[in-house]
Design a binder for this molecule. Structure first.
Ligand SMILES: [Zn+2]
Length: 473
């Protein structure tokens, strides 16, 4: 999530942590549904924040489903934030997971920790907390979710977390909170979402709940306040209403210790978070403005492609990430005469080809190459857009059609291809996209053929190219 200066280009590695629809948590849910969920109460008490775990089963180990490492230093974050208060229980790292282990025998059914909300960047997962300069903060519920293991040796070699239901409730001793766009005093079931703790002024007419860190530079505040509702309005005009509750945006300011500038963030149901930092952002520059706006447009697009209609497996993240990138590109193009869509497409093309040399698009996340979903997915969206051009339709109309025709709010790659065919994408182009998803020894040729027609947008003005990286958490 840092800006890197590379050969004169600024690549904004704007990390967009997302997870839409399927994935590991979806597997085994029939089994999980029959279990009594673990209950976790997260409370602000007189001596700090605590989480009281009530496990519904006996186990030698309770491992945390989300156990990503800190980006800075690549170490577990929980030891820096959590203190186990229950005697005989330790927090340990076993293989790829943080876990509660008992000094001997099984972990007690009741375990209490005290924690300090930690606003640190995790690798491909949601930051545990987002803290604003005035002390208000948002806390992520998914990090309290654990699954049982019998033996250390089994956990040590486990690659994907097991599914186990957890119900996380949250209360802040009378301090108001914002959850799913609504002001509340307690939340019964946080799920994989953030809860914002602190007062927020909202009127019922606000289409977007915008929570801005008072420490943010003034120009960023002003821009976020004006630009964000515009993006949502435009997307709603182009694709119809999204199916989430009132979107919330939380933008935090992480200060000027970093000399350049950096924008990172995430999207979870109904919520976009942004972490903005860097000395360069104290003054307005076209590049930094463009980067921030790009980030908002990409994340806003996820309210349609992601939340209103999602994928069934993270292997198909090209549907949502490529689509969100493409929509952000088109929006930027329509609002900024200096925006260089040509450069954007050309870097997507290069990155897609480089990635698919190593394997299929579907497998990209397993080789740690999330960028492929954005890059190749952008090209696929462009192919669709071009198919509609002759009759005045755009990729937005395609997305609107996907939303209208899909009952279960999830689109498989097969459904996407069928819809693209119906939208007018020619058979050979469909076959090439298919081949790229499944893997082909000659990916570069397939990409060249897919892009062979009229992909020559505007002149090259901007030196800004954006590569958003994401792992499906
Ligand atoms: Zn994204």
């Amino acid at each position: 999530m840092r800006f890197l200066i590379m050969i004169g280009l600024i690549f904004a590695l704007a990390g967009c942590v997302t997870r839409f629809g399927g994935g590991e948590a979806g597997r085994g849910s029939d089994v999980a549904a029959t279990r009594i969920p673990n209950a976790v109460r997260v409370l602000r008490e007189a001596d700090g924040w605590k989480a009281h775990f009530h496990f519904s089963d006996d186990a030698a180990i309770w491992a945390f489903r989300r156990s990503a490492l800190l980006r800075n230093g690549q170490r577990p974050w929980r030891p820096a934030s959590w203190e186990v208060l229950t005697p005989g229980v330790r927090l340990e790292r076993i293989g790829d997971f943080d876990a509660f282990v008992a000094r001997d025998g099984i972990v007690p059914r009741q375990v209490t920790i005290r924690f300090r909300p930690l606003a640190e960047d995790l690798i491909a997962d949601y930051d545990p907390a987002i803290i604003l300069s005035d002390g208000r903060f948002a806390l992520y519920g998914g990090h309290f979710s654990a699954f049982p293991m019998d033996a250390r040796a089994t956990l040590a070699v486990l690659s994907e977390p097991a599914d186990y239901p957890t119900r996380v409730a949250m209360r802040a001793s009378g301090v108001p909170m914002l959850f799913h766009g609504q002001r509340v005093l307690e939340v019964d079931d946080v799920g994989d979402s953030y809860v914002f703790i602190g007062d927020v002024t909202l009127t019922p007419e606000d289409r977007v709940a915008t929570i801005l860190d008072p420490g943010l530079p003034d120009w960023i505040m002003a821009d976020l306040r004006d630009y964000t509702p515009n993006v949502f309005r435009a997307f709603a005009d182009q694709m119809g209403p999204h199916k989430s509750h009132r979107p919330t945006i939380i933008a935090s300011w992480a200060g000027t210790k970093f000399k350049g500038h950096s924008t990172g963030g995430s999207v979870s149901p109904g919520l976009i978070t942004m972490r903005i930092e860097g000395e360069e952002l104290l003054k307005v520059t076209p590049a930094s403005l463009r980067t921030m706006r790009w980030f908002i447009a990409h994340e806003a697009a996820h309210f349609w492609l992601g939340e209103t209609i999602g994928y069934t497996t993270p292997d198909d993240a090209w549907i949502t990430e490529g689509g969100a990138d493409y929509l952000a590109m088109r929006f930027s193009e329509s609002t900024d005469p200096h925006y260089d869509a040509g450069a954007f497409i050309s870097s997507a093309r290069t990155d897609c080809a480089v990635s698919l040399k190593k394997g299929s698009l579907a497998e990209a996340r397993r080789r740690g190459d999330q960028r492929a979903y954005y890059a190749c997915g952008t090209l696929f969206a462009l192919a669709v857009d071009r198919a509609g051009r002759g009759r005045g339709e755009t990729y937005h109309d395609f997305v609107r059609g996907l939303i209208e025709s899909d009952a279960d709010r999830k689109v498989t790659s097969a459904e996407w291809f069928a819809a693209a065919r119906k939208f007018g994408v020619a058979g050979p182009a469909i076959a090439r996209m298919h081949a790229l998803v499944a893997g082909t020894p000659d990916a570069a040729a397939a990409i060249d053929a897919l892009m062979a027609v009229d992909v020559q947008p505007t002149s090259s003005v901007s030196a800004l190219a954006i590569a958003a990286t994401e792992v499906g958490a």
